[in-house]
Design a protein around this ligand. Structure first.
Ligand code: G4P
Length: 298
C-alpha cells in the first residue's frame, strides 16, 4: 500500500496515534533492516516517550547481518529492546514474545506486587507503510488469535487481538509517515520500494544503487551481472543491459529496462544481503536517546 503524505494526513495520523498510545504499555516499532534509520520516523520517540519500546528489525533476511547487529546495538543503547526478524516466518515469534516480557518486566512485577494477575501487556505495532506491519501481525497472531472486540472501559471501536495470556495487540497498526525532507533518506526509501515507482526516475535510481554497490559491496554486481567493477556507474548499467539482453527494437541498449531489473533484483535480495546505511558510531545513541524511555537492552 502506498500513501501520499500531506500535512493534514500527518496531523490526523499523529492525533490517532496519540489517542492509541493512551491504551497501551508497549510500542512495537517495525523498521526495515536495510535502512533502519531512514525507514523510521523519529517523532515516535516523542509520541511513545512514556511507553516501553521495542524495535523489530524486519526484512533482516534481505539485510547485511553484520550491519543489522550494529544497528541493533545502536537501538539498544537508545533504550529500546530489539529483535531481528523475517516477519513472513513464524520462527522468530517466540523470541518476540520473550522480549516483550523482558521489555515490560517492570509493569508485570508491579502488577504482581499489587496482586493483579494475568493482566496482559497491551501493545501496538507501528511503522511506515510497507515495512511489514500486517505481515508481522498475521505471523505473530497466527491461527490462535481471537479478536476480543470492544471491551468495557476501552475506547469504542478498538479491536484487540489476544495473543496468549500475556499479550494483547491492537489489531490496527499505527502508520507513521516517512520523512522525505533529506534527499538521501528519500533516495533510500525509493530504493527499497517505499515510494511509488511511477513518480521516480528509475535510471537515476539505478545509477545511485550501482554507486552504493561499488562503494560498500564491491564484487556483488560483478558476481550477478559479470560487470566490470572499475567502470563508471553508467558504463556498468550499460554492461548490465548488454549481459542481460536489455536491447530495444533498433538494437540499442535499453537502459531503463536494465535499471528496472537491477532495482528489482536488489529489492528481492538477488544481488545479495545489503544494508544501505551504516549505524552511527558507539556513543552516538546515548546522545540521541533523549525522549526515549530507558528500558535496558535485550
Ligand atoms: P505494511 O503492513 O507495513 O504496509 O507492510 P506489509 O505487511 O503489507 O508488507 C509489505 C511487503 O513486505 C509484503 O510484500 C510482505 O510480504 C513483505 N514483507 C514483510 N515482512 C517481510 C520480511 O521480513 N522479509 C521480506 N523479504 N519481505 C517481507 P508484497 O510484495 O507487498 O506482497 P507479497 O508479494 O509478499 O504478497
Amino acid at each position: 500500500m502506498n500513501y501520499q503524505w500531506y500535512p493534514g494526513h500527518m496531523t490526523k495520523a499523529k492525533r490517532q496515534m496519540q489517542e492509541d498510545m493512551k491504551l497501551i504499555d508497549l510500542v512495537i516499532e517495525l523498521v526495515d533492516a536495510r535502512i533502519p534509520l531512514s525507514s523510521r520516523n523519529p517523532d515516535i520517540d516523542e509520541l511513545g516517550k512514556n511507553k516501553y519500546r521495542m524495535i523489530l528489525m524486519n526484512k533482516s533476511d534481505l539485510a547485511d547481518p553484520a550491519k543489522t547487529a550494529a544497528w541493533s546495538a545502536y537501538f539498544q543503547e537508545k533504550g529500546c529492546y530489539t529483535v531481528c526478524l523475517d516477519a513472513r516466518s513464524r520462527n522468530g515469534m517466540k523470541k518476540v514474545n520473550d522480549v516483550i516480557m523482558q521489555a515490560c518486566r517492570e509493569k508485570i512485577e508491579r502488577d504482581r506486587k499489587r496482586g493483579i494477575q494475568n493482566r496482559p501487556v497491551r501493545a501496538m505495532v507501528v511503522g511506515i507503510p510497507n515495512v511489514g506491519k500486517s505481515t508481522f501481525i498475521n505471523s505473530f497472531a497466527g491461527k490462535a488469535c481471537a479478536k476480543t472486540g470492544n471491551r468495557p472501559g476501552v475506547t469504542k471501536g478498538k479491536q484487540w487481538i489476544r495473543l496468549n495470556k500475556n499479550v494483547e495487540l491492537l489489531d490496527t497498526p499505527g502508520i507513521l509517515w516517512p520523512k522525505f525532507e533529506d534527499q538521501e533518506v528519500g533516495l533510500r526509501l525509493a530504493l527499497i520500494g517505499s515510494i511509488r515507482d511511477e513518480i521516480l526516475n528509475t535510471d537515476e535510481l539505478a545509477l545511485e544503487l550501482i554507486g552504493i554497490f561499488k562503494r560498500d559491496y564491491p564484487g556483488l554486481l560483478h558476481e550477478r551481472y559479470g560487470t566490470d567493477e572499475a567502470a563508471e556507474a553508467l558504463q556498468i548499467l550499460e554492461q548490465i543491459a548488454k549481459n542481460r539482453k536489455c536491447v530495444s527494437k533498433g538494437g540499442v541498449y535499453d537502459y531503463s529496462k536494465a535499471a528496472a531489473l537491477a532495482i528489482e533484483d536488489f529489492r528481492s535480495g538477488k544481488i545479495g544481503a545489503v544494508t544501505l546505511e551504516a549505524a552511527p558510531n558507539a556513543g552516538q545513541a546515548r546522545a540521541d536517546a533523549e525522549g526515549v524511555r530507558q528500558g535496558g537492552s535485550e
